[in-house]
Design a protein around this ligand. Structure first.
Ligand code: SPV
Ligand code: MG
Length: 290
């Protein structure tokens, strides 16, 4: 079964796919271990991993390689954040072909112009492409997929750009008409009100995807009450957790002048061996090494 088919099966069985952000195969494996349905191959997380801003600096091939590795190692459906599609509709044709081959279950493409600027930054430059241009990009994504189950998610940044609900609805309707399987609507309001108003006003047939980072009051239960949401993405919690944990550990070692007191706080070497599959290596050594 293809990754997109698995994603669609989870959606129809559970009514909501819950995706955790990832930036590496290890973070994707930990998302699987925690019981999430899918991994969000976040552009923000990968940019942060490389120590660069999320402004189209990380290349398509860097993100694609990580998407492939995350899909392979976690076994979860991967929802690939392809930003603007790395250019115009011609670039989208190539990108979608590559992401499908890399094992992505879904691609999320946003209606900002290339190069994009990260959405949650205060006062960010949020330039959008014309509706018709983005419809062409959605149609290109549809034309490029071999597996009709690869999920094409059209993301509108109308609320992020401060254009209001009517523009967001207009764009979402136009993107559904162009063949999007799902509409992601993003908001940087500090409460869920703007997003809840959008979801209540949504009159399309395709499900909505949400990334409730700026408005953390949004819970799974609250999303389920909205009925129309099919994909919930915890957008950047893997890299933020990693930053917090590394900072705490490094500071403690500096303070203590040694590693003695952090031992109890961090994962054991055996734990990491287990994640790496060293048990199987031992078994395979017995079986195959002569
Ligand atoms: C990402 O995680 O890369 C996203 C979500 O696109 S956000 O950073 O909030 O725009
Ligand atoms: Mg992104």
């Amino acid at each position: 079964m293809g990754a997109g088919t698995i994603f669609r099966e989870i959606l129809s069985r559970k009514g909501l796919v819950e995706a955790m952000a990832g930036h590496s195969p290890l973070s994707a494996m930990l998302a699987a271990e925690a019981g999430f349905d899918a991994v969000w191959a976040s552009g923000f997380e990968l940019s942060a991993l490389y120590g660069v801003p999320d402004v189209s600096i990380v290349s398509m091939t860097q993100h694609l390689d990580m998407t492939r590795a995350m899909a392979e190692r976690s076994g979860l459906p991967v929802v690939a954040d392809i930003d603007t599609g790395f250019g115009n509709a011609i670039n989208v044709l190539y990108a979608v072909e590559q992401y499908e081959r890399a094992g992505a279950a879904a691609i999320v493409m946003e209606d900002k112009s290339f190069p994009k600027v990260t959405s949650l930054i205060a006062g960010g430059r949020q330039d959008m492409v014309r509706i018709e241009e983005f419809q062409g990009k959605i149609e290109a994504a549809r034309a490029a997929r071999r597996d009709k189950d690869l999920v094409i998610v059209a993301r509108t940044e109308a609320l992020i750009a401060g254009l209001g609900q009517e523009e967001a609805l207009k764009r979402a309707r136009a993107y559904e008409a162009a063949g999007a399987d799902m509409i992601l609507v993003h908001s940087k309001q500090k409460t869920p009100d703007e997003i809840e108003a959008f979801v209540k006003a949504w009159d399309g047939r395709v499900p909505i995807a949400l990334v409730p980072t700026a408005y953390p009051q949004m819970t799974v239960a609250r999303v389920r009450e909205l009925k129309k949401v099919g994909l919930l993405i915890w957008g950047n919690h893997a890299i933020r957790a990693a930053v917090g944990a590394m900072r705490r550990t490094f500071a403690q070692i500096r303070r203590d002048g040694g590693i003695h007191s952090v031992e109890a706080e961090i994962a054991t070497v055996e734990d990491v061996f287990q994640l790496q599959g060293m048990g199987k290596v031992k078994d395979d050594e017995k079986r195959f090494l002569r």
